[in-house]
Design a protein around this ligand. Structure first.
Ligand code: MG
Ligand code: ZN
Length: 364
């Protein structure tokens, strides 16, 4: 009896001393656009059977359907991540009833955290746009650019300069407006990213192209460097932490074009950026890193080629598919991203970890 009582006391004491579940100070969401399991597998075999993705302790599978379609586009996919609501294909930060939805980036900003967006597409393209803009159609690039003057990012790297400084809808020069607001703004015509050292006292932006940046096979090389610079810069911008979304945008474009070697090159470029992010997170210890995709593109098939590293990649379609996509998570809170989840759970879990929501978000 006494032994039983002592055991109960021990249990009670253990429950008192159990540390609360750790919450991340920083969250980094990495999106491989179009990155299904086969894109990951192809990158892995092309790279000597290993990727930085192998180092993530938690993995899951994610459902990607949108409110309007079994097969999502990147706008509805990214809005599910940024706002936690299922919406119609083409919507940027808007609910299915065409009302703006608050994004995790905007919430982080309101709570005093630093924020950043990095992409290998134009920064106004569907995936990055869905974290900062609210428009009914992803095609309205100039309207999307206006939101970058309303919500100040601490770190921006991507293409799309012409939507800022060569606007056809109005005569505004948003590039100059960002400069006037105190942002360190540069573009590829002045200096490559390698030549720049952001001053942590001010926000930083670098535009990599007038419109869409080159493919990695055509010489684009800034993504891994931008990943490293973003973490260094953002961690100095706020004591409260930061939110960063970084996208490997062109895995999707290579697969639309049914170009296997280009898809592998884009996948490995994205994985190098993931390596830079993991190095920061491992040293920091307070950073949650989530890697996932908005959808698979191309119905990619990996067939037997020459040996292990010369791959025969085939495509079933030039469009997106509805396959489940992989999720990888590392750091405090990573356990919430395992199992089979929905794309809206990415927002919900991030927002719950940061205390922005207490209830699951219901699609509206
Ligand atoms: Mg994209
Ligand atoms: Zn696509």
């Amino acid at each position: 009896m006494i032994r039983y009582f002592l055991a109960l006391c021990a249990l009670w004491l253990a429950s008192l001393s159990a540390a609360p579940a750790p919450r991340p100070k920083n969250i980094i969401l990495l999106i491989g656009d179009g990155m299904g399991l086969t894109q990951v597998t192809a990158g892995m075999y092309a790279n000597g059977k290993k990727l930085n993705l192998d180092r993530f302790p938690i993995t899951g599978l994610m459902k990607t359907q949108s409110a309007s379609h079994l097969i999502t586009d990147s706008a509805a996919g990214a809005t599910a991540f940024s706002c936690g609501c299922k919406t119609y294909n083409g919507a940027i930060g808007m609910t299915r009833s065409r009302k703006p939805c608050l994004t995790i980036l905007e919430q982080a900003k309101q709570n005093g955290l630093a924020t950043g967006l990095v992409a290998t597409s134009s920064i106004t393209h569907a995936t990055p746009a869905s974290f900062i803009a609210h428009v009914e159609s992803r095609a309205d690039m100039e309207d999307i650019a206006l939101f970058f003057t309303q919500t100040e990012l601490d770190f921006l790297v991507g293409g799309g300069l012409k939507y800022f400084n060569k606007r056809s809808k109005d005569q505004r020069n948003l590039y100059q407006e960002l400069q006037q607001k105190g942002c360190q703004v540069y573009n590829f015509q002045e200096k490559p990213l390698q030549k720049l050292q952001p001053d942590p006292k001010y926000p930083f932006a670098w535009f990599s192209a007038l419109g869409e940046p080159d493919s990695v096979k055509a010489g684009r090389d800034y993504l891994p460097l931008a990943a490293k610079m973003a973490t260094e810069h953002l961690s100095k911008r706020s004591d409260k932490g930061f939110f960063l979304m970084l996208e490997g945008s062109q895995i999707d474009w290579a697969c639309h074009g049914k170009d296997g070697p280009r898809a592998v090159a884009e996948m490995l470029d994205f994985d190098q950026a993931i390596g830079q992010i993991l190095a920061f997170a491992e040293a920091d210890g307070q950073t949650l890193v989530i890697v996932t995709a908005d959808h698979e593109t191309g119905g990619m098939v990996l067939e037997q080629g020459e040996g292990f590293e010369v791959l025969d990649l085939e495509f079933n379609t030039g469009q997106h598919t509805a396959s489940l996509v992989p999720v990888f998570a590392y750091g405090p809170g990573a356990e919430h991203f395992g199992g089979v989840i929905d794309n809206t759970d990415i927002y919900r879990q991030m927002a719950m970890l940061w205390g922005y929501v207490t209830e699951p978000v219901v699609g509206n």
